[in-house]
Design a binder for this molecule. Structure first.
Ligand SMILES: N[C@@H](CCC(=O)N[C@@H](CS)C(=O)NCC(=O)O)C(=O)O
Length: 291
């Protein structure tokens, strides 16, 4: 952008801290929309918020979550016509759902035929009660026992090869706060929780580093997380600066999406995980149009 060379980098970086950011949705591909909708609504307790079909591009979307998209993090499922399975890879970890009684939820899911891959009980090396369930495509959902929360869809867990570098990237490029970091030497991993507010009130990104593991496969199933911004152009300037220091790259320059006009920019972090920044006002306009 003209004149941007003259702006000292610390001023450019400040924008990410001042901006109005929120986790909007996680985007991923599924092999059968109705099968996933049935599982998420009947077993996981989500609501179907909206659906859209884009026949020209041969795909459909369904949005599900625990509350309206205006205020909640949701999942955006993509069904590509004719594609009935995907490779999830080894890098994607899980989505998490907070519930007041993991034992009860697991019992209900099992009664409906769901695939429980880890029985409820205290997390290894800790006290929080967790369980794991696999959805029909093989995506893992961690069920976490905690008190009432405004945002039950509370984590996206991704594995990374250099935790400190990733923490710096999400702090600087995305303006997230490091909310918690916990090393678990007995089980040879470290986790970091990053986000924009308290991890018990909003969705956070959980990054996991397994000792000695620097590379994972990404498959073709999980796509990205979308986060809101008041200015995609300023945000892309920040990301651009940070990628020069820490790696990653902008994959879509800031600007309106043809046809929809919502302004976005997208980029990869140092491990290749994708984030899309979406203009706040444009996003709300899109939601108004949906009915
Ligand atoms: N090797 C694990 C490290 C992360 C990890 O173990 N996380 C905890 C939750 S914070 C877990 O899954 N524990 C399994 C258990 O308690 O059974 C991975 O890559 O998923």
């Amino acid at each position: 952008m003209a004149g941007s060379e003259a702006v000292p980098s610390e001023h450019v970086l400040e924008w990410a801290q001042k901006d109005k950011r929120r986790f909007l949705h996680a985007v991923y591909r599924v092999g059968d929309l109705d099968r996933t909708i049935k599982f998420y609504t009947e077993c996981l307790g989500m609501q179907l918020l909206r659906k859209r079909d884009i026949p020209e591009e041969k795909y459909s979307n369904a949005f599900l979550g625990f509350g309206p998209e205006e205020s909640h993090f949701v999942v955006e499922l993509t069904y590509n016509y004719g594609v009935d399975s995907y490779d999830i890879g080894t890098g994607f970890g899980h989505f998490a759902i907070a519930t007041q009684d993991v034992y009860k939820l697991v019992e209900d899911i099992r009664a409906k035929g769901g695939n429980i891959t880890r029985e409820p009980g205290p997390v290894k090396g800790g006290t929080t009660v967790i369980a794991f369930v696999k959805d029909p495509d093989g995506y893992v959902f961690e069920l976490i026992q905690r008190g009432p929360t405004p945002e039950p869809l509370c984590q996206v867990m991704l594995r990374v090869g250099d935790l400190d570098k990733s923490i710096k990237f999400y702090e600087k490029a995305l303006g997230m706060k490091l909310l918690r970091k916990k090393d678990n030497p007995e089980h040879k991993y470290t986790i970091a929780m990053l986000g924009y507010a308290d991890e018990y009130e909003t969705t956070v990104l959980e990054l996991t580093y397994n000792y000695g593991v620097t590379e994972y496969t990404k498959g073709n199933a999980y796509a990205q997380v979308a986060i809101s911004t008041d200015d995609v152009y300023k945000s892309a300037e920040v990301v651009n600066l940070v990628t020069q220091e820490l790696g990653g790259k902008i994959t879509r320059q800031p600007g309106p999406i043809p046809g929809i006009n919502t302004k976005i920019t997208s980029f990869l972090d140092p491990d290749g995980w994708k984030t899309v920044l979406v203009d706040n006002e444009d996003f709300l306009k899109e939601l108004e149009k949906k009915e």
